[in-house]
Design a protein around this ligand. Sequence first.
Ligand SMILES: [Zn+2]
Length: 270
Amino acid sequence: MNAPETRTRRPAPRRRGPSPAGRLLVLLLVLGGAVALLAGLFRLVSPGAGPAQAQVTPTAIPTVSPEPTPPLPAVDLNSWELRLVDIDHPLGEDFVPPSLTYIADGQQVDSRVATMLNRLINDAKNAGYTIYFCSGYRDYATQLSIYQRHIDQYTAEGMTQEEAKAKTLLAVQYPGCSEHQSGLCADILESSDQKMIPEIGGSGLMLWLEQHCAEYGYVIRYPKDKTAITTIEYEPWHLRYVGKEAAAYMMENGLCLEEFLALYDAGSVG
Ligand SMILES: [Zn+2]
């Protein structure tokens, strides 16, 4: 054993780097820098983490979805109030409402809607309008004669039977398929002279009806821009009773009866 040699090797080689404490300091500085860098990056890619977002309240959740759909009213789709009557859903030749009540101008309606219709008419009068109750309940025979009169008029003007039928059905329901036979609707004008044309919509009594009918459980049954669905042209004078809840929902959301009923169908399937 050569002890002196061993002894000469014992001093540690001269270190070129810093002391252990210095290394630790450098390591801490590097780590600190990395953390600061990562925090900066995070601010760049993370909205809400920067000081500019500090005033945003926790409840302000950004959303890209359209307006929330209000909950559907809990109505009975099989009730008499919501019965859909059209060419695909006829009442038939023999249908008569269970009870009829005279309202005004010799017109009758289903007795169950008489109170609300009287109230609507009185309130419209109190708002300054004159009222002519043009047409309420119509039996099958009356509807048949109205329908035939239109067909005859158009064929007399030179249309073919098919053309006359197509034009008639835009304004007059096929016999047995008219809501008027249900006794749930009412054609209301300002006078017997007022023409039943879409152009009277949006003003005078028609505007009042549009704005207030739902308060009495009525809707404008054939609204503007819904002809593709209802198959009937805009009729601002034709009110249909559907009950207050359904009426409010339909008028507020701009839905015709077909669209309203379809919402429940969609719900039951999905
Ligand atoms: Zn009508």
